[in-house]
Design a protein around this ligand. Structure first.
Ligand SMILES: Cc1cc2nc3c(=O)[nH]c(=O)nc-3n(C[C@H](O)[C@H](O)[C@H](O)COP(=O)(O)OP(=O)(O)OC[C@H]3O[C@@H](n4cnc5c(N)ncnc54)[C@H](O)[C@@H]3O)c2cc1C
Length: 846
């Protein structure tokens, strides 16, 4: 890398020497041009300054030469670019023709999907010059008194009444009283407006409720998330007819109806838009009279809540072969609401998702005839299903899975900090060993990042955004970080995490992780195809404009629009190349960002990576075009760079939202460093794998002129970060906000916190026993109770201290113990009382 830079600098030097150009003025000239490009001055300003400089330069001896000749040609070109009619005729129009040939055709459905949602902070990151003032000015998300009361009241009660072992092992379902509580206390109605009887919570409050429930159990959170996510309530809210809203929303809010949404077909999983389920417009008998309706044939699987649902949201492809509704035969993907009792609907069987048996199952329909007004939004919304789904996915995907996974991670880190402090090996808390410390630091850093991403993005939704690209970034990265935290929590707990039973608070969370990875866009696909693929078109400041210009049926207008976009784009790319180079050389030290104190450097690093990223994106799109979509690994890496910048921005904003607590700074630093390091490494891998080696090298000179300079968080920083959760600190409390930690017998997290607080007092006394007793031979017992007794007897500790240590030791032994069973107790179906609790639902198929 450094070699390439030196070669280029030598070539420039040699050229200057041969041309005998006054070096001083040349440097001023080059500096001025770079400055103008860096600052993105308008083309006309750039041209005028260039003209003046070149005129002055002409008097620097020698008056002419190859180099100056080249500059005069450049000046002529610049002036040509300033004469719009001329540049349109000889550049933009022919370019547009070629562009239109390359542009893949796009169906209305694809177009709508691409345009769904809004562009938010993701758009700024594509500019190469993100304006942080905009992000910092947005309001910090906060709970209303009513929302806070819901979290402190019903959520707390629900967590208390929920028994994960009973649910996951004995019943394979929640007991009726928990179902009732969920339905009737509004847990399924967080997104339903108040006028229909719902809670109408903000996105942030909705997210916080899920975090809390997930900290208690994945099953509880998954069950609650689904009716509040992409499904009947959400679709009715936005697209339903008044009649449908008035009928269904109050019933859903009261819990009289349980919804599910069925899109996935055995043949259409990730490629859900290719679903072969059909709805054919035809005449049929409905409630004793002939009407025009839909004959549905479908087969769905993996549908959450389907086994107990009373109303099914169904996606199918609608056809009108007899043209009963109009001229179109293939109307496209459509969504309808089908009551469970509809004849021909077969529903009720269950899948068994990874030992976390939330209600999930298949459903089938054979010649199911329903009226047209079962279509969500009525017949006029026929064929609008895909747009509806994609639009609403941009919101739901930011909330459900990110919140559930963050809740699980918070619980994992809360438990691990305490457990590794009270669990001793080699006479030390295991959390104090460097190896374990590094793992805990990662858990803390990831959890902070996840929490920041979910809460700041939820705040943006409450501010009116429907961020579709961030929703994909959160879906992928938060669930992947959650997977890592779940693994780490298991590792630092050793055997305690592995032995399932009522005392195990990690095992089910660990088992359920792949569900979050798979649903709402499986992760490999989301990373490889969606994040960058959608971002490049949606967020790029010029690409969508160029595409719109190319598709404009008014050719004259199209050329005008294309011309503006094209020349804007050229200037943008040149500027980003210059900015990337300059900021890489200076480590972005002089880059302007808001005055934010200690975290300022991270803002500057984001700006630097933004310029490098935007430049790399343009080179990739220009040279690879549509082929970039097939090069999934390249797209994925660009998506990773974008995500790293996004997540770092969320961390910084979250820190601001929390009032910049000083104790959190090491965690913030760890999280930012980790993401920025990832951005660098992914950009490096992108360049290493770029198909055109020459262009790859040119990009490398402009992006990493001094090589890779960013390092991952240090061990020392890791130690400070781990310490924050190995002690009952404010940073730990903030990080683990909303974790269900009430001190009561059935809640291991509350008990762990209690023991952690006690450890602070117990450890110095234990140390005294070791130093003054064990090492001097006054205390010879091998077991802790024996040591306490001897230390008391020889006067090393007082009676009060001995009592405290006994109590502490009792609590520790209780917390580190695991379950064991009689062999027959583990056989499935062995618990007779479980059968008694199984609920049957109306219309359930045997
Ligand atoms: C527990 C659970 C609950 C669910 N709940 C619902 C529900 O309520 N309603 C509903 O409609 N559906 C639901 N689903 C379905 C879920 O959305 C699908 O499982 C998901 O879309 C993936 O489809 P698939 O499982 O068929 O995987 P496949 O499509 O077979 O994919 C297999 C693998 O290939 C990868 N892949 C596929 N295409 C590409 C590509 N172009 N590039 C890179 N990688 C690719 C995927 O990422 C995945 O890793 C649920 C699934 C589960 C497991």
């Amino acid at each position: 890398m450094l070699g390439a830079t030196l070669v280029i600098l030598s070539l420039i030097g040699a050229a200057l020497y041969v041309a005998k150009i006054g070096t001083g003025f040349t440097l001023v000239f080059i500096g001025a041009v770079l400055f103008m490009a860096y600052k993105r001055l308008p083309l006309i300003v750039f041209t005028l300054v260039f003209t003046v400089l070149l005129a002055a330069y002409t008097f620097v001896p020698p008056a002419y030469g190859v180099w100056k000749g080249f500059l005069w040609v450049m000046l002529a070109t610049l002036w040509l670019f300033n004469i719009r009619p001329l540049r349109k005729a000889i550049i933009s129009r022919p370019f547009l023709k070629a562009y239109m040939r390359l542009l893949p055709s796009m169906s209305q459905t694809e177009k709508e999907a691409l345009e769904a949602g809004t562009v938010w902070w993701d758009g700024e990151l594509f500019t190469g010059k993100p304006k942080f003032e905009k992000l910092l000015a947005s309001k910090a998300p906060a709970l209303t008194a009513e929302e806070q009361a819901f979290i402190d009241g019903p959520c707390e009660d629900l967590c208390r009444m929920y028994d994960d072992w009973d649910v996951t092992h004995k019943r394979a379902d929640m007991p009726p009283h928990v179902w009732d509580y969920l339905k009737h206390k509004g847990f399924f109605a967080m997104i339903i407006p108040k006028k229909y009887g719902g809670l109408e919570f903000s996105a942030y409050a909705h997210s916080c409720v899920l975090v809390k429930l997930a900290s208690r159990a994945g099953l509880l959170a998954a069950t609650t998330a689904v009716p509040n996510s992409l499904g009947p309530a959400e679709l009715l809210n936005h697209y339903g007819t008044e009649e449908q809203k008035n009928h269904y929303l109050p019933r859903l809010a009261r819990g009289d109806e349980v919804p599910c949404f069925a899109l996935t077909h055995p043949r259409a999983g990730s490629d859900a838009a290719s679903l072969p389920d059909t709805g054919v417009v035809c005449r049929g008998m409905w409630q004793g009279r002939e009407i025009v309706g839909l004959k549905l044939n479908f087969s769905k699987r993996y549908i959450t809540l389907a086994p107990i649902a009373t109303v099914v949201g169904l996606a199918f492809r609608m056809f009108d072969p007899d043209k009963l509704l109009g001229d179109k035969v293939d109307l496209g993907i459509t969504c309808a609401l089908i009551p469970r009792t509809t004849a021909g609907l077969s529903i009720g069987r269950r899948h068994f998702p990874l030992n976390v048996p939330f209600q999930n199952g298949p459903l089938h329909g054979k010649d199911v005839f329903v009226p047209l007004d079962t279509i969500i939004g009525g017949p006029k919304m026929a064929g609008q299903g895909w747009r509806m789904l994609v639009e609403q996915l941009s919101v739901g995907r930011c909330i459900s899975l990110p919140s559930n996974t963050t809740g699980g991670a918070k619980a994992g880190v809360f438990a691990s900090g305490a457990y590794t402090r009270i669990r001793r090996q080699f006479n030390m808390p295991v959390g104090k060993f460097e190896g374990v410390e590094g793992v805990i630091a990662r858990m803390v850093g990831y959890t902070y990042t996840m929490d920041a991403a979910r809460s700041v993005t939820a705040g943006a939704i409450d501010g009116g955004e429907k961020p579709s690209v961030p929703s994909a970034m959160l879906k992928y990265h938060v669930t992947e970080m959650g997977r890592q935290v779940a693994n780490d929590a298991m590792d630092v707990h050793g055997g305690k995490g592995i032995q399932l039973g009522p005392r195990n608070y990690l095992g089910r969370g660990y088992q359920v992780v792949p569900v979050a990875i798979t649903v709402e866009g499986a992760n490999i696909l989301t990373r490889s195809l969606i994040i960058f693929g959608q971002g490049a078109v949606r967020c790029h400041p010029f690409v969508l404009k160029e595409m719109a210009a190319a598709r404009n049926p008014d050719r004259k207008q199209g050329v005008d629009q294309f011309d503006s976009a094209l020349f804007g784009h050229i200037g943008f790319t040149i500027s980003n190349a210059v900015r990337s180079f300059v900021m890489a050389l200076t480590h972005a030290r002089f880059t302007h960002v808001p005055e934010v104190g200690e975290t300022k450097r991270y803002y500057q690093h984001i700006v630097r990576f933004s310029a490098s990223f935007a430049f790399a994106v343009d080179v990739a799109m220009l040279t690879l075009g549509g082929y970039l979509k097939k090069k999934e690994n390249l797209s994925a890496r660009l998506g990773d760079v974008l995500s790293a910048m996004y997540l770092t921005s969320m961390v910084l904003k979250h820190h601001e939202n929390q009032g910049r607590p000083v104790e959190d700074l090491p965690i913030v630093e760890w999280a930012c460093r980790n993401q920025m390091y990832k951005a660098q490494e992914q950009l490096h891998d992108f360049l290493r794998n770029f198909p055109n080696r020459f262009l790859g090298s040119v990009m490398r000179v402009l992006i990493f002129p001094g090589g890779r300079s960013y390092s991952a968080p240090s061990d020392r920083l890791g130690r400070t970060v781990a310490d924050a959760v190995l002690n009952p600190t404010e940073a730990r409390d903030r990080l683990c906000r909303f974790v269900y930690r009430t001190l009561e017998p059935g809640n291991p997290l509350g008990l762990l916190q209690e023991a952690l607080v006690m450890a602070q007092t117990a450890e110095p006394v234990e140390k005294r026993i070791r130093v003054e007793g064990v090492k001097t031979g006054k205390v010879t017992a091998l077991d802790v109770p024996g040591q306490i007794a001897q230390a008391l007897a020889v006067g090393i500790i007082s009676e009060t201290e001995a009592a405290m240590l006994r109590e502490y030791d009792r609590k520790v032994m209780d917390l580190i113990s695991v379950d064991d069973f009689e062999p027959h107790e583990l056989a499935a179906g062995a618990a007779p009382e479980a059968d008694a609790g199984v609920v049957s639902y109306p219309g359930q198929v045997a």
